[in-house]
Write a protein of this length. Structure first.
Length: 75
C-alpha cells in the first residue's frame, strides 16, 4: 500500500516526506487498518516565501488556500 500512496502523491505533484519513527496519535487510527488497508497522510501548509509558518493551533494560523483544492483533488 505504501508504494501506491507514494506514487499517487508524486503523480499529483505533492511532496512526500517519510518519517522513520512512528507518531503517537491521540486518536487510534490503527483500528481502521484491521478492517481494510489504511494510511495516514499529513497535509503540510507551510510556505516560507509567503510567511505562512505558524503552527496549526495558534491564533495566527494562515496558509495558502489553494492547497485545499490540491488535497481534495488528490483524495
Amino acid at each position: 500500500l505504501k508504494k501506491y500512496v507514494i506514487e499517487s502523491l508524486e503523480y499529483n505533484q505533492l511532496n512526500v516526506i517519510e518519517n522513520e519513527l512512528p507518531y503517537l496519535f491521540g486518536e487510534d487510527f490503527s483500528f481502521y487498518g484491521r478492517i481494510a488497508p489504511a494510511y495516514f497522510v499529513f497535509v503540510g501548509i507551510r510556505n516560507e516565501e509567503k510567511q505562512f509558518v505558524t503552527g496549526l493551533h495558534t491564533p495566527h494560523l494562515n496558509f495558502d488556500e489553494r492547497m485545499l483544492i490540491r488535497i481534495a483533488d488528490y483524495y
